[in-house]
Every structure is written in C-alpha cells, then in structure tokens.
Design a protein. Structure first.
Length: 266
C-alpha cells in the first residue's frame, strides 16, 4: 500500500529547475515517485540537468521546457509543454527567483520590476495557470512556493528581494484560502542559507562590502551555521517540499515554514 508521503502517480512542475535548489527539489520529488518537469531559462542547461537527474534516479520520467517569467506568454507555453509531456500536473513548485544586490540609493524601478516580475508576478502567473487547469479537470493539487527567510527578516542591499519574498508569504496565505474549496493546497518554505549560486553571489557581495576583511570561506562558515554548523543542502529543502506536496501535509495550509536549520526565530 502507498504511504501518505508517496508521490507515485503524481506529476510536478518545478520552475528554476536547473538551479541547485531546483535540482534538489526535483531529486526529492523523484525519490518519492513523482514525475518531474523542469522549466527554466536555458535549454542546454535543462537538458544537462535532466541527464543529471536521470543518472541519480534511473528510470525516472523527467521533461523540460524553456521558461522566462519576464517574457509575455512564456509561462503559458511552458505550462502547455508540461501538460503535453504528462497527463496532468498535480504539483507546482514555484522555485525560480531573482536576487540582485543594490544599496537603496542605487535601486531603480527597472531592478524592482525584474525582481517582482520573477519572484511575485511570475509565481502568480504559474499558480493561476496551474489552478485553472486543475479546476477545469476537477482535480486537487499542491503548490509549494519557495519564499525565503528574507521575507521575514531583512538583509542589507536586498530591499526589493526581501519585499518580494514577504509578498510571496502573503500570497501563499491568499491562494490557500482562495483555492481551498477546490482542494488546492498552497504552502511555502522559507530557506535560510542554502548552498547555491545565489548564495555564493550574496557571499561575494559581503566580501566586497567588507573591504577584503572577509573571504567567501569565512561566510560559508558563519552564514546559517548557527545551529547545524554548516549550510543547508538543496535536497534538504527538497525533502520538505516533497512532504508539503504529499497527502501527509493535507492539514498544513497557507503556511510559510522556516527550513533554515533554526536560524530564523519566527
Ligand atoms: N540559496 C539560498 O540560500 C536561498 C535562500 C532562500 C530562498 N532561496 C530561493 O530559492 C529559489 C532558488 O534559488 P537558488 O538559490 O537556487 O538561486 P539561483 O540563482 O541559483 O537560481 C534561481 C533560478 O531561477 C531562475 N530564474 C531567474 N530568472 C528567471 C526568469 N526570468 N524566468 C525563469 N526562471 C528564472 C534561474 O535561471 C535559476 O534557475 C529562489 O526562489 C530563491 O529566492 C534561496
């Protein structure tokens, strides 16, 4: 008999699917038996990521399509490609994200538009496409948004990023309430410091701001290491995403759960 944690027979779409976080999430979903469709900016990288995942999970079903959340019509095309690959999409993981560091004085409306375009409007576009399809089919489903501890606390140089992630946390509550009657469950995870390209970019900024007194290795040792003594690995986020996408989490709704090794207090 299938356990409540099983995702066998279910199909997931993961945006930002070639990022380290996307791969960790895809791996955890595949481990639970789901089929996974990756959507991201670069087709070559998507093909390489698919091969990487098939090497980790032989026999798995992994599809992919190009997705630029800032390009009009691209979200709908990527969603249609996912539906052409799988009979249905039961799980949407809104993982794509943009973080560019600027002091407030240098923050332009173009920067804000790009950050909110990917992190907020893109997430909402994908969620609406997903919900419309499920509602048309009369099926239940799960959305897991990748928010951030940056949506609950602030970081220097990340005003727009932090505000966009706070919006994701609020949107998660709204969508969970709005689509509860249609049995679409919506939750978010709030990672802290996860070992990815985005984190390395933030570390390099911290090193530059320190005027050479810090190194990337110093940041690796101190960031997010307060409780575990190390950074969080992407697949550790993925396992929580897989849980939230499963029937085990049916009574967890509209929540934004810290998955940060205990570094954020609320
Ligand atoms: N790394 C961390 O410590 C950390 C912490 C908290 C939250 N997060 C969140 O996790 C998610 C994944 O981030 P990551 O750390 O892997 O960062 P990353 O920069 O490595 O990956 C971001 C992904 O989003 C995709 N993306 C960016 N712009 C896009 C666009 N216009 N259209 C479609 N896709 C686009 C990128 O191609 C990439 O695959 C993001 O939502 C990020 O905000 C990361």
């Amino acid at each position: 008999m299938k356990g409540l944690d099983s995702l066998e027979g279910r199909f997931a779409l993961v945006t930002g699917g070639t990022s380290a976080m996307g791969v960790g999430i895809a791996q955890a979903l595949l481990d639970k038996g789901a089929g996974v469709f990756l959507a991201d900016l670069d087709l070559d990288k998507l093909a390489r990521t698919r091969d990487e995942l098939l090497a980790l999970c032989p026999g798995a079903d992994v599809g992919f399509a190009r997705l630029d959340l800032l390009e009009p019509g691209c979200a709908a095309a990527a969603f249609a490609a996912a539906l052409a690959h799988f009979p249905t999409i039961d799980i949407l993981v809104n993982n794509a994200g943009l973080c560019r560091i600027h002091d407030v004085a240098d923050l332009t409306n173009e920067h804000i538009d790009a950050t909110f375009g990917v992190n907020v409007k893109g997430l909402l576009d994908m969620s609406k496409l997903f919900a419309a399809e499920l509602i048309a089919q009369g099926k239940r489903g799960n959305i897991v948004n990748i928010a951030s501890n940056a949506g609950k606390i602030t970081f220097s140089g990340q005003l727009d990023y932090c505000a966009s992630k706070a919006a994701v946390i609020n949107i998660t509550q709204s969508l969970a309430k709005e689509w509860a009657p249609q049995r679409i469950n919506v939750n978010a995870v709030c990672p802290g410091a996860v070992d990815t390209d985005m984190l390395r970019y933030c570390m390099e900024d911290a090193v530059a701001r320190s005027g050479g007194t810090l190194t990337v290795e110093d940041c690796r040792e101190t960031w997010g290491a307060e409780q575990l003594g190390r950074l969080v690995e992407p697949v550790e986020i993925g396992r929580v995403v897989a849980f939230l996408a499963s029937d085990s989490a049916v009574v967890i709704r509209g929540q934004s759960i810290n998955v940060d090794a205990g570094t954020t207090p609320y």
